[in-house]
Design a protein around this ligand. Structure first.
Ligand code: GLU
Length: 628
């Protein structure tokens, strides 16, 4: 038997503790509700199928991020039958390309029975790949020169969909092969029209075998979730179907997946789906989850009676119809705040800060969320234009954007160009590691544009915009060389005499750009630093190892004061961003000075408390903005 595998391994599905989850309770209640539904009959035209337990009933959901909820007989094996058809169609599309497949198999609903011998009178092409004629033709299209190679390909795509190797139910396969005269006739018809090349019988045997692949409800839910997840199995992370073919497969399922009930199904349930005569049914909510039901009693259309009832109820109760109301475009804009509400952590001299505050509302940060396609982008662009008259710069925070369409990205670049023409800028923040967003922004750049400005976080973006304002609006005073102690806020209100006392006990310390001035954890160093020239950054190492800038300081500012408050170890690193000149004062020496001049230490501590109070106010204000 070509390519038969002998083992099935359970997919390593992330299953949560089942008793406590509300979702699990919901499915259990649904299962209890529909278990008494005993309408319909088990298929008997393939003799072996008649042996199925009519009462078997399983429901399984796998989310696009890989969580599984299963109730009832979710691990009972049954054969795939027609549910195999979308999977093999996906393989054919991937192997032959859309154009070649379309030449051999159409995409029109047939309105005739699944096993009808209906082909396009001109071309001989079956109407779609979900009726038997189309599915048999499709089995002949997958990659491979021989039937054995083609079977290997079918086996490969099924394993990718389920996340484990497959087995064929030999009894069911034999049973169908021995009785499938109509399918045999269809295969010869396809041969006569040139839709199948070579001997059609091995192709038909592969088709019978794909129908006899043994699956569980859980497997089918994984297959549905893989389609929901853009073709990647959400648990194994392996791609089963190229992303560009998923939409084609789902479209066929939406229009032709449910036999002669396809129209009513789309009307009422509104999810791409496929059912089979053994009682399996899977449905897909693109981007969200896959669901599968196993219950062998079939209605007059050949669909699982309980399967239809369960899907109808879930879709209605949760509003899952794919044509259901999409969120309003305004929802893509979750918040707007300005640099006045939340300035950067860059500390500046009091004069610069005051001047900056007067113009900081011109820096506007727009937090975007969700999917940015046509109308979402339109809404953002309209908001940018509306706000432009009193804006200097815009930051688009992309952190919560889950999808950015190519054309939406293009609209954003165009808006950026229009703003630039008015002397304003648009920058992005937090796109790193968001491949779809980054790709869309890069690939949609207008000709001649080299790139776009983007920052790791909002703080850096706001600082950049503040610097721009400082340069443009001549808000100056941030870069001066300091040669006396008077400008340092920590010494405010001290007499000249005291300052001289202090100055005498200070040491000069200069650092090249990039030097680490203070390392977090150091307990030996008890110095306070006074920046005379240059800039330093105070950086924390977060729990995940990432670095977070806490502040950037420049001339006229000081750091390391916490040692005076009894903190032995340094809490953060301090880096020299540029060449830096400092004066340093050891805390121990300050204590010595304080023996004769306690007023010096009192003044320093008072200034330090004023500074801490100001920082606390700023932190509270930021929390208020972020929590809004
Ligand atoms: N193997 C079955 C046939 O070709 C599949 C039918 C179905 O599930 O629709 O008749």
């Amino acid at each position: 038997m070509p390519g038969l595998s002998s083992s099935t391994k359970a997919a390593h599905v992330k299953t949560m503790p089942t008793t406590t989850l509300p979702m699990q309770h919901y499915l259990k209640a649904l299962h209890d509700k529909y278990r008494p539904l005993e309408e319909g009959a088990v298929a008997t035209y393939i003799p072996e199928l008649a042996k199925a337990d009519p009462d078997a009933f399983g429901i399984c959901i796998v989310t696009a991020d890989g969580y599984t909820y299963a109730v009832g007989e979710s691990d009972t094996p049954f054969t795939m039958q027609s549910v195999s058809k979308p999977a093999v169609y996906a393989a054919a599309l991937a192997d032959r390309g859309r154009e070649n497949v379309l030449r051999k198999v159409g995409v029109e609903p047939s309105g005739e029975a699944f096993n009808s011998i209906s082909l396009d009178p001109q071309s001989g092409a079956p109407l779609n790949p979900m009726i038997n004629a189309g599915a048999i033709a499709t089995a002949g299209l997958v990659a491979g020169d021989t039937a054995a190679e083609k079977w290997q390909r079918i086996e490969e795509i099924m394993s990718a969909f389920f996340g484990h190797s497959i087995v064929v139910d030999e009894a069911v396969h034999r049973s169908e092969s021995e009785t499938g005269f109509r399918n045999r006739a269809i295969a010869w018809m396809l041969k006569s029209f040139g839709i199948i090349d070579g001997d059609p019988m091995p192709v038909l045997e592969n088709y019978f075998r794909q129908c006899a692949i043994r699956v569980t409800c859980r497997d089918l839910a994984c297959m549905a979730a893989t389609l929901a997840n853009g073709g990647v199995h959400p648990v194994t992370g392996k791609r089963a179907v190229p992303a560009e073919d998923v939409q084609a497969v789902l479209s066929i399922m939406a229009t032709c997946g449910m036999y002669d009930y396809a129209g009513s199904w789309l009307y009422e349930v509104g999810l791409p789906a496929k059912s089979g005569v053994s009682g399996g049914l899977l449905a897909v909510l693109p981007g969200r989850f896959g669901i599968a039901i196993f219950s062998p009693r079939l209605d007059e259309n050949g669909n699982s009676t309980r399967g239809i009832a369960v899907c109808r109820e879930i879709s209605r109760e949760f509003g899952l119809h794919v044509f259901g109301l999409a969120p309003a475009p305004s929802r893509v804009l979750s918040r707007i705040h300005t640099a006045l509400d939340a300035p950067s952590r860059r500390l500046r001299s009091p004069l610069t800060s005051a001047r900056l505050r007067e113009v900081a509302s011109g820096i506007k940060c727009l937090s975007l969320q969700g999917e940015l396609a046509f109308d979402g982008a339109e809404f953002v662009v309209r908001s940018l234009m509306r706000l432009a008259s009193d804006a200097d710069s815009f930051i688009l925070d992309m952190h919560r954007v889950t999808y950015l369409a190519y054309n939406a990205a293009r609209l954003l670049h165009e808006a950026s160009g229009a703003l630039f023409a008015q002397g304003k800028v648009l920058v992005f923040s937090r796109i790193r590691g968001r491949a779809t967003v980054e790709d869309a922004l890069r690939s949609s750049l207008p000709d001649g544009e080299k790139g776009f400005l983007s920052f790791e976080d909002n703080d850096l973006a706001i600082e950049w915009c503040e610097n721009r304002l400082i340069d443009h609006e001549a808000v100056s005073g941030s870069r001066t060389h300091i040669d006396s102690l008077a400008p340092f806020p920590l010494f405010a209100g001290m007499t000249q005499q005291c300052l001289e006392q202090l100055r005498k006990r200070m040491l000069a310390a200069d650092y090249p750009a990039g030097a680490i001035i203070v390392s977090a954890g150091n307990e030996q160093d008890d110095r306070l630093f006074f920046i005379r020239d240059g800039e330093v950054s105070v950086v924390l190492t977060l729990a995940d190892g990432a670095h977070q800038r806490v502040a950037t300081l420049s001339s006229g500012m000081s750091f390391g004061e916490m040692v005076m408050l009894g903190q032995a170890a340094r809490s953060a690193h301090v880096h020299a961003d540029t060449a830096v000149s400092t004066w340093t004062l050891s805390s121990r020496i300050l204590d010595e000075i304080a023996i004769d001049h306690p007023e010096i230490k009192i003044a320093i501590l008072r200034n330090l408390s004023l500074d801490l109070a100001q920082k606390l106010r700023q932190a509270n204000q930021l929390i208020a903005v972020l929590a809004a």
